[in-house]
Design a protein around this ligand. Structure first.
Ligand SMILES: Nc1ncnc2c1ncn2[C@@H]1O[C@H](COP(=O)(O)OP(=O)(O)OP(=O)(O)O)[C@@H](O)[C@H]1O
Ligand SMILES: [Mg+2]
Length: 306
């Protein structure tokens, strides 16, 4: 557990209220081949300053869970049931309430920075738009928009932000673009970030920097993070708790160290063993994989983070 800072405006009575509470959440997709239950009775919660990770193989239902919670699935093709409460607002009882929450209390960091931004608009104009939508600066005050945009880029450690604002997405590296997307997500000062595979399109050397940035933001601002990944390396670096997903259900849940050290299911053991390890080619080195995956220094709680 890293951050202990509470969000500035909250009242003490609301301190223990989860930022996100999901109970018996279910998503059925209407497809040409029939109805697919992509998410089946999923229950979890996220408090301020916590990172909760959903990990699972491709097609296990991770993105459908996140998109269902955010109400970003097409209404005529996805049937949702169960309870979703975001910062005290029951979205399941009042689906329209998501419009007030999405992009304010809660923001999404999309998966692929190369395709998530418009190629024909500058970084500046896309960031200004996000700031306008968030109502974080007077829409017609260009100086205020510029100042806010520069502050956001500084926050995600983009060098010479005033110069970057004039650039187009193709002029920035993948890692820098992912930082821009995080800056856009931060424009509304969200309390909860939903990150669907935020580093999977990035070079391994850049991934660590982005995860570091997320942890730093969490520590500074006490935000909660819902992390979606298929990568146990990412999960163990950043998570407080992990839910392991298979065929739409959680097959096990627990503290990161517990899941990594004592996986209860064969499926989780397979995910653990699937972590790539550098070293000489050795077909019998299953033990080496397990050792790397369970090194306590590599977990959020085990890392010194200083
Ligand atoms: N548009 C769709 N039509 C039919 N089936 C779909 C559709 N979208 C998702 N599914 C099915 O829903 C299930 C969950 O998919 P989902 O994309 O949530 O998995 P995921 O865990 O995010 O996988 P990945 O790691 O590949 O992103 C899968 O069985 C998938 O085949
Ligand atoms: Mg997915």
């Amino acid at each position: 557990m890293t951050a202990q800072h509470a969000a500035p405006k909250e009242s003490p009575a609301l301190k223990d209220q989860p930022l996100l509470e999901v109970r018996d959440f279910q998503v059925e997709l209407i497809t040409d081949g029939g109805i697919v239950r992509a998410v089946d009775s999923v229950t979890f919660s996220i408090h301020r300053g916590e990172t909760v990770t959903i990990i699972g193989e491709s097609g296990s239902g991770k993105s459908t869970t996140a998109m269902g919670i955010l109400r970003l699935l097409p209404e005529d093709l996805a049937v949702l049931s169960g309870t979703v409460v975001i910062d005290g607002v029951d979205i399941s009882a009042n689906p329209k309430a998501i419009d007030k929450v999405r992009g304010r209390t809660l923001a999404l960091i999309p998966q692929d920075p190369m395709t998530a931004l418009s190629p024909v608009h500058t970084i500046g104009s896309q960031l200004f738009e996000a700031i306008r939508i968030a109502g974080a600066a007077p829409a017609k005050d260009k100086n205020a928009l510029q100042a806010r945009a520069i502050r956001l880029l500084e926050q995600v450690h983009i060098p010479t932000p005033d110069k970057q604002l004039k650039k187009y997405p193709h002029q920035l590296s993948g890692g820098m673009l992912q930082r821009v997307l995080i800056a856009i997500a931060l424009a509304s000062e969200p309390q909860l970030l939903v990150a669907d595979e935020p580093t999977s399109a990035l070079d391994v050397t850049v991934q660590g920097g982005i995860l570091d940035l997320l942890l730093e933001l969490q520590e500074q601002r006490g935000i909660g993070i819902l992390m979606i990944t298929h990568d146990l390396g990412v999960a163990r670096l950043i998570s407080d708790r992990i839910h392991v997903m298979k065929d739409g259900s959680f097959v096990e849940s627990g503290e990161v160290q517990q899941i990594v050290d004592h996986p209860a299911t064969e499926y989780t053991r397979t995910l653990l063993a699937a972590v790539p390890v550098l070293g000489p080619w050795d077909e019998t080195s299953g033990g080496a994989h397990a050792q790397a995956a369970t090194d306590p220094a590599l977990t959020k709680s085990g890392a010194s983070n200083d």
